[in-house]
Design a protein around this ligand. Sequence first.
Ligand SMILES: *[C@@H]1O[C@H](CO)[C@@H](O)[C@H](O)[C@H]1NC(C)=O
Ligand SMILES: *[C@@H]1O[C@H](CO)[C@@H](O)[C@H](O)[C@H]1NC(C)=O
Ligand SMILES: *[C@@H]1O[C@H](CO)[C@@H](O)[C@H](O)[C@H]1NC(C)=O
Length: 185
Amino acid sequence: MKSPISSVIFVIFLFFLVSSAHPGMKKQHYPCKNLVFYFHDVIYNGKNANNATAAIVGAPQWGNLTILADKFHFGNIAVFDDPITLDNNFHSTPVGRAQGMYMYDTKNTFTAWLAFSFVFNSTEHKGTINFIGADPIMVKSRDISVVGGTGDFFMHRGIATIMTDSYEGDVYFRLRVDIKFYECW
Ligand SMILES: *[C@@H]1O[C@H](CO)[C@@H](O)[C@H](O)[C@H]1NC(C)=O
Ligand SMILES: *[C@@H]1O[C@H](CO)[C@@H](O)[C@H](O)[C@H]1NC(C)=O
Ligand SMILES: *[C@@H]1O[C@H](CO)[C@@H](O)[C@H](O)[C@H]1NC(C)=O
């Protein structure tokens, strides 16, 4: 029969064998919930007050509140109340509102910083999902943080992959939001 000491040494040896065989091995994570939405942002341009869902509320000294400023819109801040839809059709019945703000915070490329909530009050979903993060707009697919939620999304956290699904100049853009929750309750 083996002595306890030698079994302990054997176990430690096995541990090193296994861990050195997979250096830098990361724990695999799988989403506990996956949801896809689209939201539609119609920016006020001086003529579309009734249709606009976003207003420029901040501009640098060289700009104004009607047109996004030169220099990659640096210094502009917009507040939005955008319809959320299940598909990419602007005219589909909204299932909620995307409400918050974006600001352009890079002077030599188009980059925005997003802080907004998805607000739901339907039979399908009730509650909010809260998003924050840097949005390098020119990159096809970018990730922002899902920092929390309320209601149906109580204590949920994860990552949202956003893609610009369509845009029309500085007047309209549509984002596809692929939400992967890694913490659900
Ligand atoms: C509102 O804006 C969207 C996006 O630009 C456009 O598709 C739609 O036709 C506009 N609606 C009206 C009534 O102007
Ligand atoms: C806002 O700025 C744009 C572009 O610089 C300019 O064409 C427009 O006349 C300005 N609008 C107002 C109301 O000052
Ligand atoms: C959700 O909708 C119901 C029914 O229309 C309304 O009574 C309730 O106040 C709404 N809740 C929120 C948070 O807006």
